[in-house]
Design a protein around this ligand. Structure first.
Ligand code: ADP
Ligand code: MG
Length: 258
């Protein structure tokens, strides 16, 4: 899939991110087109989650240089909820519990906020429940999970499926999936692939953080990136992910040639 002539949906230019006074990302330059799927790899602690959280607007992650645009709009000038309304979605590596907030109300409120931003009518509770149940069934998430507080008592895999449920309902322009496969069984991983391919065919762009080669191969990425030293150290295609799976992140000349 060539993206050369497609205008970028996400445009990062020299993005630098610090936590406190520690710079984690030095300079990230990246363009992602609608429908494009980028896999982001990198050793533990290389800053993959930092990139997603900074783009989503987590207050602890400070952009100290560079720019980030979504469909031409300045992401960095927006509050987190405005970024979500503009079509950005982040699935957390470790999805938090929100005790006291019912999952169905949480997702419907989020959905109606993004629908309003897209100029669409709100969904009433009845219509929402119908479509949420259908989506939950497709994802192998029991109906009862919709009536419980967000992620309250959910297993690791159920939390990840609940992130996918939000993704399926919100239909964002850009989705960042941070280790969505961790904690998921084989059926869960298959559900990830199906949902990603469906949304991608509708134009959603993806940045997928994963170490899991089988998932990466199934996703048929356009681009694979290796993050190291706060920068994109390597850009390639599936072959880069396959080489990393074979030889690891530590680059030595013999291994790189193997
Ligand atoms: P990855 O997702 O690639 O494993 P992270 O983005 O989570 O890496 O972390 C990058 C670096 O930033 C690590 O050294 C980590 O310890 C540090 N870091 C991440 N989040 C915080 C935080 N909230 N406070 C302090 N340090 C953090
Ligand atoms: Mg991480």
């Amino acid at each position: 899939m060539s993206t050369t002539f497609t205008p970028s949906l996400l445009q990062l230019d020299g993005l630098q991110v610090a936590i406190g006074d520690k710079t984690i990302l030095q300079s990230i330059t990246l363009n992602v087109a609608p429908g494009e799927l980028v896999v982001l790899m990198g050793a533990n602690g290389s800053g993959k989650s930092t990139l997603g959280l900074a783009l989503a607007g987590h207050p602890a992650y400070h952009v100290t240089q560079g720019s980030a645009r979504l469909a031409g709009a300045d992401l960095l000038a927006m509050e987190p909820q405005e970024r979500a309304r503009a079509g950005l979605f982040l699935s957390f590596q470790a999805p938090p519990e929100i005790p006291g907030v019912k999952n169905n109300l949480f997702i419907r409120t989020a959905l109606n906020a993004v629908r309003a931003a897209r100029g669409e009518e709100p969904q009433d509770a009845f219509d929402f429940l119908g479509s949420a149940r259908t989506a939950a069934t497709q994802l192998g998430l029991p109906d009862a999970m919709l009536g419980r507080p967000v992620n309250d008592g959910f297993s690791g895999g159920e939390r990840k499926r609940n992130e996918l449920l939000q993704l399926a309902m919100l239909r964002p322009r850009l989705a960042i999936l941070d280790e969505i496969d961790s904690g998921m069984d084989v059926d869960g991983v298959r559900a990830v692939v199906e949902l990603v391919q469906r949304l991608r065919s509708e134009g959603t762009a993806f940045v997928v953080v994963s170490h899991y080669l089988q998932l990466i191969e199934s996703l048929q990425p356009d681009t694979v990136l290796r993050l190291a030293d706060g920068q994109i150290a390597e850009r390639g295609d599936l072959a880069l992910a396959q080489r990393i799976a074979r030889t690891g992140f530590v680059q030595t000349p013999e291994l790189a040639e193997a």
